[in-house]
Design a protein around this ligand. Sequence first.
Ligand code: ZN
Length: 312
Amino acid sequence: MSEILFMIPVFKQMIWGGNKLGSKWGYEIPGENTGECWAVSAHPNGDCTVKEGAFAGKTLSQLWTEEPQLFGGAAGDRFPLLIKIIDANDDLSIQVHPDDTYAGKNENGSLGKTECWYILDAPEGATLVIGHNAKDKAELEDMIQNGKWEEFLREVPVKKGDFIQIDPGTVHAIKGGIEILETQQNSDITYRVYDYGRLQNGKPRELHIDKSIDVITVPAKSVAESVINISTDAKNTMNPLILCDYYQVWKLDVDGSMEVSQDYSFLIMSVVEGDGQINGHPLKKGDHFILPNGFGKAQLQGKMELIASTVV
Ligand code: ZN
């Protein structure tokens, strides 16, 4: 039987990061201001390594190239998804991502970025930025060029357990105090629209105003189309969160035991709460692994919450 591929994450320090990835998740973080845990990633800016077993020490990008059978020969020249945990101690910059066509043409053949967020934790009264209020391209340009941020940005309330889909062209930003699990296309292309005038090492971070104006969708999708409220409390089953062109994502609440039938090209899983076992192997909050192609049945036991995903 094929082995479970446990991942060693890569950590990123960010001006808006904090220390919860250490204090709440038990990871060995590189220092304060750790904003991102790249938990399952084959991106050149953060390539995860297999922790144990026959492939121990190999990177995920290596496995994608050298052992395509693990992923059922899924299409593409690179591992298609990237899973992150983000701890926003402060507000992230206001940003937008291009689609595959725009990124391919303007960013050296990179993929575009569609992403989605499962809100792991949020303070009382938390909000984040999703979409904008400009009615047409002219108004969009005016609001951005003249810094009318209050008018431009659409802030929506969020709470733990909300799920948000962010298509390319969607203006978005996580605000301080929010913790998310992000499932995204394997891309690192972000256009920064506004950074609250903050300085990093005494200088403002680069903005990408022209590219942002190129790619922002006008008018924005409605809030109802972006923030998805689905019941995810059914226990011991795979609760679907979304199916889009790039990924399929589920939430699992294990209480006792459940069986997962791994019939997909591959199945990524992240333990986001609690602990338990998979086929007798201990699992705890913060573990991330891939069930390879042909894995068959997996027995999950314990009391834990997981987010799972696969490519479409
Ligand atoms: Zn983003």
